[in-house]
Design a protein around this ligand. Structure first.
Ligand SMILES: Cc1cc2nc3c(=O)[nH]c(=O)nc-3n(C[C@H](O)[C@H](O)[C@H](O)COP(=O)(O)O)c2cc1C
Ligand code: SF4
Length: 430
């Protein structure tokens, strides 16, 4: 299969050039209309650019889905202190592999998005915080930045406008918690990547103590297109509350896993059955995690009429998150899956908050016990209690992110847990 696989139902705004090495160069990107977005933004001015992004309905693609234009409008306008834009390119959510593709194939798309965002919020400096393991993306982006500076598209006097925006690439060391926006700020400042209590919110006190906006790579890439074509244009795709297109990272038991750019609101079953070529070996669908690892697991029944937009996935009992769709067939071992997540979160917890530090590793130990056939039904009650105590009680939502799959899996796949517990009891009795 040629990379990238294309499906006729895709609407490829951000991913059109994936697979085309020519698009990595500044000439190639400009030939595709690149940098017209920042040119139009500079022409219409800051406030109109923010208004355009607000009108587009674009929502943050890093997971929470907060409206981007509204976030930008929180930045102070007095101009007395330096403002910063941080581009979150840490892409650490399990099952997510879209941001690295944007950077790897279309680095100038991201640079343009950074320029648009920085200009809109009045920042003269943007840092791109890139995950350290992305070696190819690091090289490609560093080269593209050199080209952008040489062409007068970054640095002083962008496109002869008198506006100055520096874009700096910062390579992280690969910790999940550095993807959390305040952990990212701490890491960028040279401290341990530990999240901070909010408020104060980054727009008031952010990196280096200055007003800061943090945006995901895909958010900024989409913003470059909005800046070029206008807010109304972007609304032609998606739903009223979830506008535009979204990159869906599909993994698991489907015939054609991969990145697919689709209008928000696209039916989940159509994504699986048509775009991804159906279930592997024709097996029955058992479960889907629709938004990375941090959201409730959906059972097959909940998937049937689920539309892949923020409100659609919520109505189906989960969250869209960053739209990393993990598909599991009837052979999937849900308890093992959740135990692996628990191991991951226990490993990645920064340890500041007791419910997270203790809860994630305690849950991981119990899940391992159940998986090994040494669990009891009381363990399920304990897991539920731990998870409830891990929800809404900590500095950041890493602990909530493990609680969601634990609670949902016990509620929806209790029999899977009971089968392991009873099998263990039988072996023990024999
Ligand atoms: C533990 C944790 C890890 C996160 N990792 C990422 C990440 O890798 N990339 C990302 O864009 N957002 C990540 N986020 C979300 C960010 O905190 C933040 O909401 C996002 O970057 C905002 O960008 P947006 O408004 O454009 O979505 C993470 C959040 C948490 C709690
Ligand atoms: S919830 Fe966990 S990861 Fe987040 S700040 Fe607290 S201990 Fe650290």
């Amino acid at each position: 299969m040629a990379y990238p696989y294309r499906h006729e139902k895709e609407v490829r705004l951000m991913s059109e050039a994936f697979g085309d090495p020519a698009a990595r160069t500044i000439e190639g990107w400009r030939a595709r209309g690149g940098y017209q977005g920042i040119a139009r933004a500079l022409e219409i001015g800051r406030d109109a650019t923010v208004a355009d992004v607000k009108a587009s309905g674009l929502r943050g693609r890093g997971g929470a889905g907060f409206p981007t234009g509204v976030k930008w409008s929180f930045m102070p306008k007095d101009g007395t202190r330096p403002h910063y834009l941080l581009c979150n390119a840490d892409e650490s959510e399990p099952g997510t592999f879209k941001d690295r593709e944007i950077i790897r194939w279309t680095p100038h798309q991201l640079i343009e998005g950074c320029l648009v965002g920085a200009y809109a919020i009045g920042a003269s400096h943007c840092y791109i915080y890139l995950r350290g393991e992305f070696f190819e993306a690091t090289q490609v982006l560093a080269k593209a930045l050199e080209e952008a500076y040489a062409a007068g598209l970054a640095g002083k006097d962008i496109l002869g406008s008198g506006v100055e925006i520096d874009v700096t690439l910062h390579v992280g060391a690969g910790a999940y918690i550095c993807g959390e926006e305040t952990g990212l700020m701490s890491s960028l400042e040279g401290r341990r990547g530990e999240p901070r209590i909010k408020p104060p919110f980054p727009a008031a006190v952010g990196v280096f103590g200055m007003p800061t906006t943090i945006n995901n790579v895909e958010t900024l890439a989409a913003a470059a297109h909005v800046a070029r074509h206008g807010g109304e244009w972007y609304r032609q795709w998606g739903t009223e509350k979830s506008t535009g297109t979204k990159l869906f990272c599909v993994s698991g038991h489907v015939n054609r896993p991969g990145n697919y750019e689709l209008p928000l609101g696209f039916p989940l079953m159509e994504l699986i059955e048509d775009v991804c070529g159906g279930m592997r070996n024709g097996a029955a669908l058992k479960a889907v995690i629709p938004g990375g690892s941090s959201v409730p697991i959906m059972d097959a029944g909940e998937c049937v009429s689920c539309e892949l937009c923020y409100e659609g996935v919520e109505a189906a009992g989960s969250m869209l998150g960053c739209a990393s769709v993990v598909v599991m067939d009837e052979t999937a071992d849900i308890v093992k899956q959740v135990r692996r997540m628990a191991d991951f979160y226990a490993h990645e917890s920064c340890g500041q908050c007791t419910p997270c530090r203790e809860g994630t590793s305690w849950a991981a130990r119990i899940l391992r016990r159940i998986e090994d056939g040494r669990g009891t039904e009381d363990d399920l009650d304990t897991l539920m209690q731990i998870s409830e105590q891990m929800t809404g009680t900590t500095i950041c939502v890493l602990s909530d992110s493990l609680a969601a799959p634990i609670i949902s899996s016990i509620q929806k796949f209790r029999n899977d847990y009971l089968a392991l517990i009873r099998r263990g009891e039988r072996v023990g009795a024999a």
